[in-house]
Design a protein around this ligand. Structure first.
Ligand code: PLP
Length: 440
């Protein structure tokens, strides 16, 4: 009997070891990590250069409290991170995960508006569905009702606008009118709330777990930027999942060339070697807050030298091996293979994504987009079948958390085309098995 009480859908075996895109349980069974954990292990497992950098740091120090010492590795990682960030965003604040990164953006934003004499601005608009983390602040802006419901009385409810799911609404995502249609919902929400009360808008450049690799329609990101600028609303890009090269650009928003005011980063940034995340902020925002008493926020493990040494080595490997380029190239092949499966399985209603942030969605009817009967629990069952077949994929309920079944196929950025074929073959077999189980 385990003393742990994590939530798991089915009992899982003990992990023995992991290498590259593969993982082995203690019985010697091999699995392809087709979801990089939870879209984390961008660099794959047990990279020897990252492990060597970690060992070298461990021999020097594994902890130095940020109020007592500067550390070389945190300075180095901050420098490398700022060099990758858009112009004007050079200030980096380290944390240990995605929820902490998002919380940090919200609190820095709030302190900044106070320095601007705008105490009435506190509302944070986000999208439904969306996922921004499970701490109470991040949960308040997360658009996922089942996860938030028990905690509702403890949180300040924040306004939401619909995520731009053109494929469900029967709209053409390539038509700029579609992008405008969804982005203008932000303007309507700002006006409805009272623009003087709105502090920030938070958006995942490519949707993650909640929408299943939802790519915004043409013009959407640009119009969002325009609206935020017009109404003095801070734009926060939640790049926790999209950052670190996953979409085929280091930051997901680079696909649209839009520059936010604050960025939350985690997952692929540390690639799972150690808990690591970061907030990246516009220089003048940080300067204003620092000149007005400083940032009243911080976590004990922030800037941990071991985590930062691992992070710096991860960034080096991503650059040295052009893993961002590989994500774009191999992601295109993976998407093509998933589209091939879509032609053979009527159950697949949509294939979407960017780079190696790729997903497919099962539907009862592709034409009407009707979801499968929620009682079938397709999101859990297909994952279990694939798992038994040696492939790990990641699934969620896509329609507000209560129905719709999408599956993220997001292997590490080191994945080769031949390994994409391996993944496709197991998926093909698993889908056939799933179909055979369905009631006639
Ligand atoms: N933001 C996004 C877009 C995420 O995908 C996640 C995690 O899935 C988070 C925030 C929260 O990150 P963490 O689970 O590391 O706290």
């Amino acid at each position: 009997m385990s003393n742990l009480f994590y939530q798991t859908k089915s009992p899982r075996p003990l992990l023995d070891r992991a290498q590259g895109i593969y993982m082995w349980d203690v019985d010697g069974k091999r699995y392809i990590d087709g979801s990089s954990g939870a879209m984390v292990s961008n660099l794959g497992h047990s990279d020897p250069d990252v492990l060597a950098a970690m060992r070298a740091q461990m021999d020097k120090s594994t902890f130095g409290y940020r109020l007592h010492f500067q550390t070389e590795s945190s300075e180095e990682l901050a420098r490398k991170t700022a060099a990758l960030a858009p112009e004007g965003l050079n200030k980096v604040f380290f944390v240990s995960g995605g929820s902490e990164a998002v919380e940090s953006t919200l609190k820095l934003a709030r302190q900044y508006v106070l320095t601007q004499g705008q105490a009435q601005r506190y509302k944070v608009i986000s999208r439904y569905p969306s996922y921004h983390g499970c701490t109470l602040g991040a949960l308040a802006i997360t658009g996922y009702a089942p996860m938030a419901a028990p905690f509702d009385p403890m949180m300040q409810r924040m306004p939401k606008i619909p995520a731009p799911r053109a494929y469900l609404d029967g709209l053409d995502a390539d038509d700029p009118a579609t992008g405008l249609h969804y982005a203008n919902m932000l303007e309507a929400a700002i006006l409805q709330e009272g623009s003087e009360t709105v502090m920030a808008f938070v958006v995942e450049p490519v949707g993650g777990a909640s929408t299943g690799a939802l790519v915004p329609p043409a013009g959407y990101m640009q119009r969002i930027r325009e609206i935020c600028t017009q109404y003095g609303v801070l734009l926060i890009h939640d790049e926790v999942m999209t950052g670190g090269g996953r979409t085929g650009r280091f930051f997901g928003a680079e696909h649209w060339g839009t520059v936010p005011d604050l960025i939350a980063l985690s997952k692929g940034f540390g690639s799972g070697y150690v808990p690591l995340g970061a907030m990246i902020a516009r220089d003048d925002i940080v300067e204003a807050v620092m000149q007005n008493g400083g940032f009243i926020h911080g976590f004990t493990y922030a800037g941990n030298p071991l985590a930062c040494a691992a992070g710096a080595a991860v960034l080096d490997q991503i650059a040295k091996r052009d893993l961002v380029g590989n994500a774009a190239r191999v992601g295109a092949v993976l998407q093509e293979r998933l589209e091939g499966l879509m032609q053979r399985y009527a159950l697949i209603g949509d294939v979407r994504g960017k780079g190696l942030l790729t997903a497919f969605e099962l539907m009862a009817d592709r034409a009407t987009k009707a979801p499968l009967d929620p009682a079938l629990n397709a999101h859990a069952r297909l994952v279990d079948i694939a798992y038994d077949n040696g492939l790990i994929i990641y699934s969620r309920r896509t329609r507000g958390g209560t129905s719709g079944d999408h599956f993220l196929v997001c292997p590490p950025l080191i994945t080769s085309e031949a390994q994409v074929d391996e993944i496709t073959e197991i998926l093909d077999r698993s889908l056939a098995q799933y179909m055979a189980e369905l009631p006639a």
